[in-house]
Design a protein around this ligand. Structure first.
Ligand SMILES: Nc1ncnc2c1ncn2[C@@H]1O[C@H](COP(=O)(O)OP(=O)(O)OP(=O)(O)O)[C@@H](O)[C@H]1O
Length: 376
């Protein structure tokens, strides 16, 4: 079967027009278990984005084979030694946080009435599983007994409606405020709920910010213990503005084990430090793979990088999530794994991450509350 899969790969022309991926030794070991095939492609970092649709094409071809019911191809990106950003040549991360911009008197970000804490889920680059993590983290926090909302601020590629299976448009209360939708006990809002799925997202710069402000302030979130914000991927201007403008209690960075994603994750970390938002920790997604038949664990993507990186940077390591068909399928079917298989191993991983996030939030609470004045 592996030979047949390699045969298919040999016949497919990669998006960069180069020789096939087998000839270029870009294909990892192929794991086949229970009729499911798993492998990864390691491609040049600069071409990673173009290869994503190619991975989906490969999956579509591989499932056509008799005896294969599912295929999952993960993309990992390589940096050549000496290239900018390669591990060996990457400049050491700053030991001290970059000096925060001086706060102007009166520039303290106003909180959102009714919302106790807002946390951002961010990633240095796209496609690392940030939205999947945000949704399951929100559900994990809800499982710990908190009232939780989820705001999809990824206006360029909102995925929360798909992940939570939300189709209805939110209703307005008297034309002034928006009533959030509810799914699996979460309150949820997304730009994706306000526009048709096929509508191209053309918001840029200041429009993104005003849309987000509206989502924060004009939605009836009601009393919430935590609002989880699924940030747009990357560390550009839009993300920086958001991190600056939204009254964030903390940020969670999602990364995959590969070098490239970690380098990007470091940029995410630096961005939050710059705007004085505590980083609650790093989640390593698609960290390892467990063969469904034998239960044996394979670190096919060089797992462990995020833990080492977190230690080096002095931020908490929140946990590792395996690459797992059930996570992908449940997400794509709009029934996230924490809600659909609450007793399963993956839900436990996310609940554990949620508990650590909650612990981090408690630790980062301002210790010097104003003294209470009691009249007797
Ligand atoms: N641990 C996992 N195991 C298997 N599949 C996963 C896992 N995490 C995420 N995925 C899948 O990877 C794809 C990308 O995930 P997701 O949309 O959460 O990433 P993202 O970082 O938010 O992407 P984008 O930046 O494009 O919004 C989805 O198909 C999702 O189901």
């Amino acid at each position: 079967m592996k030979a047949r899969i390699l045969g298919i790969l040999r016949q497919m022309t990669p998006p960069d027009g180069g020789p096939d991926v087998v000839t270029r030794s870009l294909v990892s070991d192929i794991f086949i278990a229970d009729g499911k095939a798993f492998f990864s492609l390691t491609v040049p970092a600069a071409a990673a984005e173009r290869f994503e649709p190619f991975c989906r094409q490969i999956e579509a071809e591989v499932v056509k084979l008799d005896g294969i019911s599912k295929a999952m191809v993960a993309l990992t990106a390589e940096k050549t030694a000496g290239a900018p950003g390669a591990r060996n040549s990457a400049p050491p991360p700053p030991r001290q946080p970059a000096p925060a911009p001086a706060r102007q008197p009166g520039s303290v970000k106003p909180g959102i009435p009714g919302i106790e804490r807002i946390i951002a889920v961010a990633s240095g680059k796209g496609g690392v599983g940030k939205s999947t993590t945000a949704v399951n983290l929100a559900l994990g926090l809800a499982a710990l007994g908190l009232s939780v909302g989820l705001l999809d601020a990824d206006v360029y590629g909102p995925s929360v409606p798909r992940l939570l299976g939300l189709k209805d448009k939110p209703k307005s209360a008297g034309g002034r405020t928006i009533i959030p939708l509810e799914a699996f006990g979460l309150k949820a809002m997304s730009m994706g709920l306000m526009v048709d799925e096929d509508t191209p997202m053309i918001w840029r710069g200041p429009m993104v910010m005003s849309a987000l402000t509206q989502m924060l302030r004009e939605v009836e979130w009601g009393p919430l213990d935590v609002l989880v914000v699924d940030m747009p991927p990357g560390t550009g201007d839009a993300q920086l503005t958001m991190a600056q403008q939204v009254p964030l209690a903390g940020a969670v960075i999602v990364s995959t084990p590969q070098d490239l994603a970690l380098i990007d994750a470091r940029k995410g970390l630096a961005m939050f430090k710059k705007v004085d938002v505590p980083v609650l920790g790093i989640v390593e997604n698609m960290s390892y793979f467990v063969a469904p038949d034998t239960g044996k664990r394979y670190d096919i993507f060089g797992h462990g990088g995020a833990r080492a990186e977190a230690e080096r940077l002095g931020v908490p390591f929140l946990g590792e999530v395996p690459i797992e068909m059930a996570i992908r399928e449940s997400s794509d079917a709009g029934r996230p794994v924490v809600a659909s298989e609450p007793d399963g191993p993956h839900a436990a991983v996310y609940r554990d991450i949620a508990a650590k996030v909650l612990g981090g939030l408690e630790d980062s609470r301002p210790k010097s509350d104003a003294p209470r004045i009691v009249f007797e």
